[in-house]
Design a protein around this ligand. Sequence first.
Ligand SMILES: [Zn+2]
Length: 70
Amino acid sequence: MNSMPKDKTIKCITCEDEFVFEAGEQEYFKSIKKDKFTGKELPDGMPEPKRCPTCRAAKKAIREKYFSKQ
Ligand SMILES: [Zn+2]
């Protein structure tokens, strides 16, 4: 029997705030077997996030701004 994942607290590498990596999200990350950007195989699923949702959103916004300038 699989043990149910539990919510996990991770410290963001950017702002050092702690955020919760929810059990449901962990299952979702594990279910992804291929990186959608690089096409790289991920036998163990996606690695867990290193940044809090706020920093991830900020990073994404910067990237989108940069690309939309071209
Ligand atoms: Zn952060």
